[in-house]
Design a protein around this ligand. Structure first.
Ligand code: PLP
Length: 371
């Protein structure tokens, strides 16, 4: 008998782990404030929360005595049908998951063998290197330039050299820089025969014209990732989806966890799709508030906002004001919770999610106080 617990495999044990957002209640407690007096602008959620129609659909489902006691549909038939209405694509091209995160993980594991390669362009979403690490994949990083623009020549060169077992992950709009991937660059990468995951988690805030989903028919190696966490206000229920080639979707369905989408998430997502026009009003408001926030930031000495197509803004913080982390901490002490970064590339930056329209004046005041 051993008195030791089983050991995690060495390559996993040594990983630092993902740095997730700290819960609001915890951050408020640290600041000595009540959660309702704080602005949670650190995770790009929908500041208006779940739409009342979605809440109603869930309440109605809860009143059914059978709710939650039977397994959800592993084939996600009704949900995929609803997603088909939302995207205009055939359900055979759609697969849902417990957040885009799950589908990113599934895609990496399903397509790449250990030792395969993920090509990314930092700074971007921290989940990509995390998933590459846990799946024993190599990471090739083609960093963005000093203004956070992609470097097409270097990226194309890397794709050409990366060989067969690789996936290029691009994010449009990018988190945290807020810019879109140009269509011609995407085409050139796909023309090289690369497998591309295009993460469109924030595309609703750019407008659906910005989506590259119409390239799916032409390029069987394109996978478009989306989520209901941002536009639809149900981050806590976990619902994402992938748009891809039907053969790939068939294979992914075979190997996913059979009951990966829980019943509440399914009901909420279908209700959100049925209320997409109403939620669109929230999206319009967020876009308008984004412009107001951008202009307010421009007026603050020492802060330079980057134009954004998403529901957040990356801000360059002048050294006179402090580092991104220092400003983050000062804002946190007055109840404004933002996102800061540990890597050297973003030492002087801070990301802030767009608040509700009625919160913008409070935010402006607290920014003024903290700068
Ligand atoms: C670019 C990007 N992709 C995906 C996600 C995760 O989406 P989900 O909540 O559906 O897992 C995020 C969340 O922050 C993100 O920023």
């Amino acid at each position: 008998m051993s008195d030791q617990p089983p050991q995690v495999r060495p390559h996993l044990a040594q990983l630092p782990g993902y740095a997730p957002v700290v819960p609001l209640a915890e951050r408020a407690r640290q600041a000595g404030l009540q959660p309702e007096d704080c602005l949670k602008l650190d995770a790009n959620e929908n500041p208006y929360g779940m739409h009342p129609r979605v809440r109603e659909a869930l309440a109605q489902a809860l009143s059914d005595p059978g709710f939650g006691s039977i397994y959800p549909d592993p084939n996600q038939a009704e949900l995929r049908q609803a997603l088909s209405r939302y995207t205009g694509l055939d359900p055979s091209r759609i697969l849902a998951g417990a957040g885009a995160d799950e589908l990113l993980d599934l895609s990496f594991r399903a397509i790449l063998p250990p030792g395969g390669t993920v090509v990314t362009c930092t700074p971007s979403f921290g989940m990509y290197p995390f998933l590459a690490d846990i799946n024993e994949l190599n990471l090739i990083d083609i960093p963005r330039d000093t203004r956070f623009a992609l470097r097409p020549d270097k990226l194309l060169e890397a794709v050409e050299q990366a060989g067969r077992d690789n996936i290029v992950v691009l994010t449009s709009p990018n988190n945290p820089s807020g810019d879109l991937v140009r269509r011609d660059l995407l085409r050139r990468i796909l023309d090289l025969g690369a497998t591309v995951i295009l993460d469109e988690a924030y595309v609703e805030f750019a407008g659906m014209d910005a989506s590259a989903q119409n390239l799916l028919a032409e390029f069987p190696r394109l996978i478009v990732m989306r989520t209901f966490s941002k536009w639809a206000g149900i981050a806590g229920l976990r619902l994402g989806y992938a748009l891809a080639n039907p053969d790939l979707v068939t294979d992914l369905i075979k190997i996913k966890q059979p009951y990966n989408v829980n019943q509440a998430a399914e009901i909420a997502a279908i209700a959100a799709i049925d209320s997409a026009a109403e939620i669109g009003t929230q999206i319009d408001a967020i876009r308008e508030t984004r412009d107001q926030l951008f202009n307010a930031l421009l007026e603050l000495e020492g802060l330079t906002p980057l134009p954004s197509q998403a529901n957040f803004i990356l801000i360059r913080v002048d050294p006179n004001v402090g580092t991104g982390r220092e400003l983050h901490d000062r804002l946190a002490s007055v109840g404004v919770f933002t996102r800061t970064y540990s890597g050297p590339l973003l030492t002087n930056y801070l990301r802030i999610s767009v608040p509700r329209a009625d919160q913008i004046d409070t935010l402006k005041m607290r920014l003024l106080e903290a700068v």
